[in-house]
Design a protein around this ligand. Structure first.
Ligand SMILES: [Zn+2]
Length: 374
């Protein structure tokens, strides 16, 4: 964690609004406060998450080396982009491996690979925003007893990880190990600065294939007796994912190139747009974290961009309120209709729904995009 990055995060949290905003932007400001105001984690916890967790989860992952003499970044320092898997020792005892997964998406993949051979606890339920989730007593008990804890990587579970780190005796395994992260360019200062890694890697099916491989490697290292089961389950799931990727491309081909453009809620579809040839012209919350809040100036600029480009489609979280639609509809008078496209971006859908598993989620999203953009 560099000083610049830490400063940028603190800026995002505490210096949210431009004091010189115009009168009309004040109205947008109030609307945004109404729509997006959320509880912030306690400052101490936040600092722990920012400073401690990147060290815990990936000692080797330092975005930039720091120049001790100036406190700034070293010009041209190579960024060690990828997370790594920890070295795992086989667990002892005859009981099934006790495994915790943080998000529903991570849990879905761990469950596919571990199958009946593991005792799996998934902390976050359907529809849960992974950025804001904070643990309950049952979560902490499961983590304290766990043999392995699978996390997304890159601090996605920013309201959760510090508490887990304080209580866990088991290793943390980032399922996103080996994936080169998308990085958000920062407008914070010098031109070599860059923002945090984007944790929403599951929006590219190929990356979830890497998750399955990482889960396989971790489970067979921790539980060699069941290695053949994990190998077979992972191979079957990766075949499913390969079919899914082909199916998605076929489904999405119905959307003409000139209509493959939208605005997102927060900056969570970067891997999707890169993998499936879409363009996002901006985000209402211009951050890879949903906990950041939009600035009035940023929202005004986004509306200007939408007017200039003629973009009238906004991707919202499947569980989001429609307040956003009213804000944008009032501003985007050039649009016949501001189309809200509800996607399962950050969490699985409700149990029993089509999006209660990863392939189903991606199929539902592709269908919603075809419906919303054609
Ligand atoms: Zn997100």
């Amino acid at each position: 964690m560099t000083v610049a990055n830490r400063h940028s995060i603190i800026d995002t949290k505490y210096h949210l609004f431009d004091n010189n905003r115009s009168k009309s932007n004040s109205a947008l400001y109030r609307l945004n406060m109404m729509i997006y105001q959320r509880p912030m984690p306690p400052a101490g916890r936040h600092l722990l998450a920012v400073v401690f967790l990147p060290l815990l989860l990936a000692g080797a992952l330092m975005a930039c080396r720091q120049d001790a003499s100036s406190g700034g970044e070293v010009e041209g320092a190579p960024a060690t982009e990828r997370l790594t898997l920890p070295v795992l020792a086989p667990h002892t005892g005859d009981a099934p491996l006790r495994v915790v997964a943080t998000t529903g998406l991570v849990g879905d993949v761990v469950g596919r690979v571990g199958g009946a051979a593991i005792d799996l606890t998934v902390l976050m339920g359907p529809g849960q925003d992974p950025h804001s989730y904070q643990p309950g007593a049952a979560d902490l008990a499961a983590v304290a007893d766990a043999d392995l804890i699978f996390v997304n990587g890159w601090n996605l579970e920013e309201g959760l990880l510090a508490d887990l780190a304080a209580i866990a005796g088991a290793p943390f395994v980032p399922v996103s190990a080996g994936i080169t992260p998308r990085r958000i360019e920062s407008d914070h200062g010098h031109d070599h600065d860059h923002g945090p890694a984007d944790p929403h890697v599951w929006q590219d099916v190929g990356h979830v294939g890497q998750w399955a491989e990482n889960v396989r490697l971790a489970l067979r290292a921790a539980d060699p007796a069941n290695a053949a089961i994990y190998d077979a389950n992972a191979a079957a799931y990766r075949a499913t994912l390969a079919e899914l990727a082909a199916e998605l491309r076929q489904t999405l081909a119905a959307i003409p190139a000139e209509r493959r453009v939208f605005v997102t809620n927060h900056d969570n579809l970067g891997y999707f747009t890169a993998a499936y040839d879409f363009t996002s012209v901006g985000a209402v919350i211009p951050s890879v974290s949903s906990l950041a809040e939009p600035t009035a100036a940023g929202l005004a600029a986004l509306i200007d961009t939408m007017r200039a480009t003629g973009v009238c489609a906004v991707v919202v979280e499947a569980n989001a309120a429609d307040d956003l639609a009213r804000v944008l509809q009032n501003e985007l008078t050039g649009c016949d209709e501001v189309r809200l496209i509800a996607l399962y971006t950050d969490a699985l859908g409700a149990a029993g729904s089509a999006a209660d598993n990863y392939p189903g989620l991606m199929r539902a999203n592709a269908a919603a995009l075809v419906e919303g953009l054609r």
